[in-house]
Ligand binder design. Sequence first.
Ligand SMILES: NC(=O)C1=CN([C@@H]2O[C@H](COP(=O)(O)OP(=O)(O)OC[C@H]3O[C@@H](n4cnc5c(N)ncnc54)[C@H](OP(=O)(O)O)[C@@H]3O)[C@@H](O)[C@H]2O)C=CC1
Ligand SMILES: CC(=O)[C@](C)(O)C(=O)O
Length: 336
Amino acid sequence: MSVEMLYEKDVTTNYLKGKKVAFIGYGAQGHAQANNLRDSGVDVIIGVRPGKSFDKAKKDGFEVYPVAEAAKKADWVQMLTPDEVMSDVYKKEVADNLEPGNVLGFSHGFNVYYKEIVAPENVDVVMMAPKGPGNLCRRTYMEGSGVPALYATYQDASGHAEDFAKEFAKANGAARVGLLKTTFKEETDEDLFGEQNVLMGGVTALIETGFEVLTEAGYSPELAFFEVDHEMKLICDLIYEGGFAKMYNDCSNTSEYGSYTRGPRVINAESKEAMKRNLKEIQDGTFAKEFMDEYRGGFKKLYKYRKEMENSELQKVGDELRAKMPFVAQADKYSD
Ligand SMILES: NC(=O)C1=CN([C@@H]2O[C@H](COP(=O)(O)OP(=O)(O)OC[C@H]3O[C@@H](n4cnc5c(N)ncnc54)[C@H](OP(=O)(O)O)[C@@H]3O)[C@@H](O)[C@H]2O)C=CC1
Ligand SMILES: CC(=O)[C@](C)(O)C(=O)O
C-alpha cells in the first residue's frame, strides 16, 4: 500500500487566507509553527499561561494572550501543549471558546484518537504532524527546505477540512519536502511506535548499551563516546542523504561486512517480537493509559529515568567533549 505525495504545486486552495490562527503552547512545535506560519503570511497569535513561553513569544513579536482569550479570538485553534496536559487545557480553556466553523488543529493524534478530547460536531478537527523535531522544522524552513508532514481529517464540518490541513502544512514549509495523507489512528500508532522502538527508545538503548560494553571492557569513555554516540549523527546523515546504499558506499568494506554479519546478532527475531509487543500496546491503548496514569501520578517514573539519564557517564563525557566543539551548539541557532 503506498500513499500519494503532495508538493507545493498540489496545494492550490486558499481557505486559510484571512483566518486567525491561535497557537496554544509556544514550545518545540508551537515556536516553530508560529514563526513559520507568520513568515508565510498567516495571521498568528499565541495562547499560553504566564511564564517562560509567554515572555518568549512576546519577545518574538507576537500578540500573546491567556489560552481562553486566544481561543476566543481565533478561527483556528492549534493545540500544541504537551500531550498529557492537553485535555485539561482544552476542557478548561478552549472548549467553551470554540465557535461553529472553527478549526481545531493538532500535531499528534494522541488526544483525539484515545478520546481524551472530544470536539463539538460543528468544528473541523484536523492534524498537521511534522515528521521531525520542532527546532528542525524552524531551522529547515529558514534554510529554504522543511520537514515532511502528515495531514489528516478527523471531523469535516466545513466541507474543506482536508484543504485546511494541507494549506497549514504548506505554510509550515512541509510541502517543499512532501505531504502524506493519513488518519489520526495511523499517525498516532506510527508516531508512538517510531519514537519508542527506533528513533528514541531504540537508538538510545543501542548507544547506551554499546557505551557500557566498551567502557566495562576497559576502553576510555571519550573513545567510546566518539565511537557509538558522536559518529551516529554522521552515519545517519549519510542514510538521510542516500539510504543504506550511500552510507555503505561511503564506509569501508570492512564495516559493511561486519555490519551485515554482526548487526543481526544484536537486533534479531527477539527484538522484532519486542517491537510487535510494543506496537500492540499502542494499538490497544495500554501505553496511552499507562502514560496518562504516570502523568496524573506526578510523573514519578519519568523524572527518575530522566535523572538517571542526566547523571549517566555517557551524558557527562558527551557534555564535556561537546563544550570543546562550539560549532555543535551553534548548529541549533533557530531554536531559542
Ligand atoms: N517536540 C516535537 O518536535 C514534536 C511534537 N509534536 C506534538 O506537538 C505537540 C506539542 O509538543 P511540544 O512542542 O513537544 O511541547 P513542548 O513541551 O515543547 O511545549 C509545550 C508548550 O505548552 C505550554 N504549556 C504547558 N502546559 C501548559 C498549560 N497548562 N497551559 C498552557 N500552556 C501550557 C508550555 O509553556 P510553559 O513554558 O508555560 O510550560 C510550552 O509553551 C504535542 O502534541 C506533540 O506530540 C509532534 C511532532 C514533533
Ligand atoms: C520529534 C518527533 O517527531 C516526535 C518523536 O514525534 C516527538 O517529539 O513526539
